[in-house]
Structure formats: C-alpha cells, structure tokens
Design a protein around this ligand. Structure first.
Ligand code: ADP
Ligand code: MG
Length: 508
C-alpha cells in the first residue's frame, strides 16, 4: 500500500551505576560542577587502560531479559572512531557486531507487539555548551564549553524493528520501556535530565510496498515530542511526495514552539567509523547459569503488576495503570487494601453490629473500589496543597490505616462525600485520624429522618416557587430543594434521606 508509515526507534538510556563504564569516576547525573567526575581514563590520556563495569553489563542483560531478548553467550566491545570535541579518546567504546541482547519483543498497552532488534552497551560522550556570539554577554561568545562529567557514563542503546505506524504507538512503547527501566533499576530514564533519549526513524512506503527514504529525528526532549514529531512527519512526507517532491535522507530536529520538524543536516555520505575490536578489553563469555542468576533478580514488571492489581482488587484498567505508573501511590494502595478488612471489623465491633464475623467478600470488594476511587480522584489535590511529589510520599501525613478507617466510615454512610473531603484535607494537614476530626469538627452525617424533618420543613416553606414547579413535574426542582436542604443542614444531611423526606412531604 502507498504511503504506509514505517517507523523504528533508537533509545539511549544512561545506566544507573555508582561509577562510569570503564573507570571508577562517579556516575552522578546530578553533579553540577563541570569536569568534576573525571579521571585520566575517561579523559582518554595515553597509557591508561579501561576496566569493564560489571554492574553495567548485568543491567543491560536484565533489560534484555525483561524484553524477552536472547542474551549473547559471547560478546566483545569495539571502537567506533570519529572526531568530536565531546569525545576525549577520539573513539567511543561500543558494540557493533555482537550486541549483548537481540531479538526481543515488548507488548504495549494496546496489545500490539513491537520487535526489538538489539540492545547494546556503550559509553556516553561529554556535553558541549555553545556560547552564542552575544557581544553583551559577560563572558563574550563565539566559543564552546565542554563538560566531561558524562563522558564514559555507561549507556545502553535499544533499537527496534521498523514496526510502528503512528505516533501514539511510539508514545506507548517509549512510556512502557521507560517504566520497565525504572522498575528493574537499570536507569532513572528521566528524559528532562537527558538520561533517556528517543530518536525516531520514519519513512513512507513506495507504491510497490517497498520502504522509502527514511528521515531521522533527534533531540526530542520528551515522549510527547517524539509522538508529535512522528505524526507531523507522516503528513509532511506525504504532502511532499504528492506535490512531486522527494524525501531526502537527513537528520531533522523538533521545534517545540512551532510543533514542526526542521532539517538539521543531510545524511548524504555515510560515516565510516572504522569499527574494530577494542584491544584493551577482554571478550565477555557467559555461562547459562550466569544468565539464570541475573534472571532471578528480575522484579515484577509493570504489565504483571497491572494484571495483579486488577485481579486482586477488582479495580479498573485505568486505576491499575495509574498505580503502576505512580508506583509509590500503588504501594500505598496495597497497604490500604491490606487494612480494609480489619478496619471494617473494628467498625462492626464499635457499633455492636456483627462482632468478629468475617467481612463479606462483596463488601470488601466495594471497599477496594471505593479506596481506589478516592486515592485517584482526591489525592492529587492533597499532594498539591502539601507540596508532596507523587514519587515520594514520605511527607504525606495520612497513613494507610487511618485512610482505610475513613473509607469504612464513608462506606457505612457515617460521612457524606463532602464531609469525607473535608476530613481528608484535615487528615493531610494534621495527621489526626478520621474519628478524631469528625468528632472535633462535628462532621458526621445525619441520616436520622427525625433530625432532618425540621430542616426539610424549613426549606419547603422558604422556597414556594420550586415546590410548585416540582409538583408540576419539574424534576430539576427536586435537585434544587435537596441542595438547599444540604446547605441548611450544613452539609451533614444524608442526601438520600433528604430526598425521601422531601418527596414524601410534597407527594402527599
Ligand atoms: P542506519 O544504518 O541508518 O542506522 P538501521 O538499519 O540501523 O539504520 O536502523 C536504524 C533504525 O531505523 C531502526 O530503529 C530501524 O527500525 C529503523 N528503520 C530501518 N529502516 C527504516 C525505514 N525504511 N523507515 C523507517 N525506519 C526504519
Ligand atoms: Mg543505526
């Protein structure tokens, strides 16, 4: 078919290790002082010798296992020769002929499977900072600065088959891969810090179905930008061809403001990197038991966690997904869920209801759902108010036991949803438990119709027009009257009881 998009990804991720790939300089992406974490080895001084970082090798293998790759039993490093000021040695140690991992696959959230061509291990380059030529700048301009803190940091490159056809799938793949890297501890994969870098290759098929000329898009600083650049580029290439033009092989960048790709440099002559085996490093050999040992350290992966959460707690796909992406919040939910049974029993005992009887499964199920709903919808505002990051809940004052207790109170209608929100806010503020707050603030919901009778009478008396309208069949007026009664009861009236009372009185 004509103009079918063909897209493949290359994703670099900086590995999370204590030291660099071939020396003991610290690997610290947060180091702000330039050229602080450097030594003669990563600066490429003559006479120095590299030593392989075992932790980095293990992390690449772990990544390969997470993506169902086959792991090479024998592999080696090679030199990729090119000159650039951010590359002190004049070559990058990389892998070309025999990557550590090959032939994997990753299923993305919409069920599509993307084939992984390879994952190999290499070292990162330094960072250049180009000082413009602003004559007013205090340091002048027209020169570049180089920071070698990143030079020699272990870098893992994943290459996919050209299996994508649109930006959305590129987004889903990149997000899933990023999450896996975090789960297995291979990389922090933070794109803003440059710890993960996505490059997109894209072409359209020719009339005979063969692949067209591909364009590479680099310098994408977010997954959203990667997805948007793909969709933009599909349209650009199609229009170009339809107007008699030709796609040229080139590297393009992404302009975030204009939401457009732009030409950076043409790819006319292929680079000759003169790869050859790195003579200063031994080849690597793994026994299958070595790989098995690494496999035992593979934790639960995001896809497995989503399934477990859905099965165990009966929550929605979206909630299970949220508790997987926001891992700490998911752990919090697990803790809450483990407390619900006990909290429900405590409630029975306190109210003299059923004593120590087991909680019925359907009640527990409702409590699981209720808790998930509250956490997903109500917590973001609490986090924002208290300046708490979803990735670090350590400062959050609502402990899971207290939250479970609150959910039981809501379930038993001891508290209206408005009341519950007020209690949550107070819990986040003070760290007190729900019962204390309800008592102090007098928030418990009134469901006793005797107590609400006079409230309803007053509302009916004060609102003759809506009362008439309701009697004539206008349902919206009932809603209005319930609202007025809620206000009259200072938010404590049980809305269902109020509705019943109003209906009874007006239908008489
Ligand atoms: P190169 O030699 O130009 O680096 P590779 O064959 O190594 O090309 O592939 C690099 C990336 O480009 C891979 O992700 C691959 O899936 C993708 N790719 C290969 N051919 C095409 C194509 N015709 N259109 C889009 N992407 C492609
Ligand atoms: Mg390539």
């Amino acid at each position: 078919m004509k103009y079918q998009p063909v897209i493949g990804l290359e994703i670099h991720a900086a590995l999370k290790t204590k030291t660099k790939m071939f020396c003991d300089s610290p690997n610290d992406p947060d180091e702000k002082r330039p050229n602080w974490n450097v030594c003669p080895i990563c600066m490429g001084h003559p006479g120095t010798l590299p030593v392989i970082n075992e932790e980095a090798v293990k992390k690449v293998i772990l990544t390969g296992l997470a993506l169902n790759c086959s792991i090479a039993s024998d592999t080696f490093f090679e030199r990729k020769n090119y000159f650039y000021p951010d590359l002190p040695k004049g070559y990058q140690i990389s892998q070309y002929q025999k990557p550590l991992c090959e032939h994997g696959e990753l299923e993305i959230k919409n069920g599509k499977k993307i084939n992984i061509t390879r994952i190999h291990l290499e070292e990162d380059a330094g960072r250049l900072q180009h000082m413009g030529s602003d004559p007013d700048a205090s340091v002048g301009g027209g020169f570049s600065l180089v920071d070698y803190n990143r030079a020699g940091v272990p870098l893992m490159e994943l290459v996919t088959e050209p299996d994508f056809t649109n930006g959305q799938d590129v987004r889903l793949f990149s997000e899933e891969y990023q999450l896996i890297l975090k789960y297995i501890g291979a990389s922090d994969a933070d794109m803003e810090k440059g710890l993960m870098r996505v490059e997109v290759n894209i072409s359209l098929t020719n009339a005979d179905g063969s692949y067209g000329t591909k364009v590479e898009i680099k310098n994408l600083n977010s997954i959203a930008a990667a997805a948007a650049s793909v969709d933009y580029e599909i349209t650009r290439q199609k229009e170009l061809i339809e107007n008699g033009g030709e796609v040229v092989a080139e590297t393009r960048g992404w302009d975030e403001n204009k939401k457009q790709t732009f030409s950076q440099r043409s790819k006319e002559e292929a680079h000759d990197y003169r790869y050859f085996p790195e003579p200063d490093l031994p080849p690597l050999h793994f026994e299958s038991k070595d790989i098995e040992t690494i496999k035992t350290t593979l934790p639960e992966l995001p896809a497995q966690r989503r399934e477990r959460f859905k099965k165990l707690y009966g929550i929605t796909d979206a909630q299970a997904d949220h508790f997987t992406s926001a891992r700490h919040l998911g752990d919090y939910y697990v803790h809450v869920a483990s407390e619900l049974d006990l909290a429900a029993k405590d409630f029975h005992i306190k109210k003299g209801l059923k004593g120590d009887e087991p909680i019925e499964p359907h009640v527990l199920e409702r409590l699981h759902e209720l808790s998930a709903n509250y956490i997903v919808t109500e917590f973001p505002a609490l986090f924002q108010a208290k300046g708490i990051s979803i990735n670090d809940l350590s400062g959050f004052k609502i402990n899971p036991e207290d939250f479970a207790e609150l959910m039981v109170l809501v379930f038993h209608k001891e508290l209206s949803s408005t009341g519950a929100k007020a209690v949550l806010l107070e819990m986040a503020e003070t760290g007190q438990d729900a019962e204390q707050i309800i008592k102090e603030k007098d928030l418990s919901q009134v469901s006793d119709s005797g107590a609400l009778d006079s409230v309803v009478d007053a509302v009916i008396l004060a609102n003759p027009k809506p009362v008439e309208d309701y009697k004539k069949g206008k349902e919206a007026s009932l809603k209005f009257l319930i609202g007025m009664a809620m206000r009259e009861s200072k938010g404590k009236g049980n809305p269902q009881v109020l509705e019943e009372l109003i209906k009874n009185k007006l239908n008489k």
